[in-house]
Design a protein. Structure first.
Length: 117
């Protein structure tokens, strides 16, 4: 049942349960982006384990393409935080979505539905 609350939050629906974060999070195994592995995803942003040699800085803004089974969407992001996570790792980054067109919103909803099936 907990997973359904997260789905509702990601799709922008009301949830009857309080959440400590702004939006619920989805754990992601079937989606990725060019920065690296997407660890979790919400309606407002995502956490990414960065590929080796990928460097992002707090405050930096750019577009990323998020891909999943049968869906692909380009979304503008801003780096909110970065964290080193191991000696040989490029680390992790928290990205906030900044520029989401109507088309991207539809693609994002389709992407979320595709990973929840």
């Amino acid at each position: 049942m907990r997973q359904q609350r997260h789905i509702a939050n990601v799709l922008g629906e009301q949830s009857s349960t309080e959440n400590a974060r702004k939006m619920g999070r989805l754990r992601c195994e079937l989606i990725n982006c060019e920065l690296g592995e997407i660890l979790d995803l919400s309606k407002t942003g995502m956490r990414v384990r960065l590929k080796s040699l990928i460097v992002v800085k707090k405050g930096e803004q750019f577009a990323v393409v998020i891909s999943g089974p049968g869906a692909r969407v380009e979304i503008g992001v801003r780096v909110i935080w970065t964290k080193k996570s191991g000696f040989f790792s490029a680390g992790e980054a928290g990205l906030e979505f900044t520029a989401i067109s109507e088309e991207a919103q539809r693609g994002f909803s389709a992407l979320v539905r595709s990973i929840m099936v």
